[in-house]
Design a binder for this molecule. Structure first.
Ligand SMILES: C[S@@+](CC[C@H](N)C(=O)[O-])C[C@H]1O[C@@H](n2cnc3c(N)ncnc32)[C@H](O)[C@@H]1O
Length: 212
């Protein structure tokens, strides 16, 4: 049996340390599923939960969306703000460092996304996602993508993670079928690269829904 990796007591400290110590820029490009599902939508107001260093919000802003983006890490948000400035997109994105377990941004949105919005700490994820869904206007879309498995190179940390099934995610989200239609519900596979260039096939859950 392997030892559990000790985590800081507070989630905020964990994410802060992670971004300060090892994540200069999370991906450097928008997520594959965001590009695939959102490219054709008419850009209006978008919300991103757990925006990290802003790759997905920057892409949305480039596509013409007015973006509200939040993350618990001050450092990640500062990096995201700097990247938005450098890209000339600062006026299109309102980034803020917020613990979504404590407060939620104001407003209504035509699109909201939570991409791998997961944490090794217990937090009211389902409730946060339900709140996001409740802020989407009629005709608007919701995109949720989550890790359904962890990479072999992250075994110690992933002992603390919950990897939900698609069914659990759908139940937790609890979208009312009278108000919502699912446009895609699937388990996706993708190839990921580890810190030493090693590759592994990972599983993701994807939910793409439209408010009627
Ligand atoms: C696994 S990362 C995913 C980041 C990014 N969305 C992506 O696709 O790469 C989860 C993100 O959620 C943020 N996060 C975790 N708990 C949070 C909370 N309670 N409130 C706001 N953000 C949180 C973390 O700081 C981190 O950036």
């Amino acid at each position: 049996m392997s030892e559990q990796q000790a985590l800081p007591e507070e989630a905020k400290d964990f994410w802060e340390q992670r971004y300060v110590q090892s994540v200069e820029r999370a991906r450097g490009k928008a997520g594959k599923f965001l590009q695939e599902f959102v490219s054709e939508l008419a850009p209006k107001r978008a919300l991103e939960l757990g925006c990290s260093t802003g790759d997905d919000s920057l892409w949305l802003a480039e596509k013409g969306w007015q973006v509200t983006a939040v993350d618990i890490s001050d450092h990640a948000v500062q990096t995201a703000q700097r990247l938005a400035q450098e890209a000339g997109l600062a006026s299109k994105i309102n980034f803020s460092a917020v613990d979504l377990a404590q407060s939620f941004p104001e407003g209504e949105f035509e699109f909201a996304c939570a991409l791998y919005f997961q944490s090794p700490y217990e937090f009211p994820r389902a409730q946060i996602l339900q709140t996001a869904a409740s802020r989407i206007v009629s005709g608007g879309h919701l995109l949720l993508v989550s890790h359904a498995s962890g990479p072999p190179w992250g075994k110690q940390l992933h002992q603390h993670h919950v990897f939900p099934t698609l069914e659990t995610e759908i139940n937790d989200l609890g979208l009312n079928k009278t108000d919502w239609e699912y446009l895609d519900l699937s388990e996706k596979k993708r190839l990921a690269k580890g810190p030493e260039g090693q590759e592994a096939e990972l599983k993701d859950n994807l939910i793409f829904a439209r408010r009627r």
